[in-house]
Design a protein. Structure first.
Length: 174
């Protein structure tokens, strides 16, 4: 299959319930679970995800997954085949970290291509406890996904609430 620009969809809801090939996890660098999307994915997916993450920590990622990078594990009990973990940057108003945020989306699509995933669900990476402003996070997410050649056919941004959904919808239409 040749690289293309994927169809981009929006859904308001729970990323752990998405029937896609790969779900992207807004992970912390430890890969061992946490709060927000990360905690929800680990809870819903069960112990297999954590076991794979521990194996990654014991091998290639002894110091954790670097910000802006991505790696895949099983999806455990999720209705997806894989979880692609990516570590978003913490927002800093005095430092431009937008390249790291864009890298999360690009690297996740690269991992999806390596897996053969055709459908991928993304959260709004870094816009929760990491403090990234939703409008700028949506801009970076949509521009990066649209601008990254990939074999992924469909990307769904799964937004937790109406504010996030509306913000992404404005960026998608704009």
């Amino acid at each position: 299959m040749t690289e293309q620009t994927p169809v981009v969809r929006l859904v308001q809801g729970d990323i752990t319930r998405q029937h896609v090939d790969a779900v992207v996890n807004a992970a912390n660098s430890s890969l061992l679970g946490g709060g927000g999307v990360d905690g929800a994915i680990h809870r819903a997916g069960g112990p297999d995800i954590l076991a794979d993450c521990r194996a990654l920590r014991a091998s290639h990622y002894g110091r954790g997954l670097p910000t802006g990078q991505a790696v895949a594990t099983t999806a455990g009990r999720l209705p997806a085949r894989w979880v692609i973990h990516t570590v978003g940057p913490v927002y800093a108003p005095d430092e431009d970290r937008s390249a790291l945020l864009a890298s999360c989306y690009r690297e996740s699509l690269k991992v999806a291509d390596e897996l053969g995933a055709r459908t991928v669900a993304f959260p709004a990476v870094s816009t929760g406890v990491y403090g990234w402003p939703m409008d700028d996070g949506a801009r970076i997410a949509v521009e990066t996904v649209r601008g990254t050649p990939t074999r992924v056919e469909e990307v769904t941004f799964v937004l937790f609430d109406t504010r996030a959904y509306d913000t992404f919808a404005a960026r998608l239409d704009g």
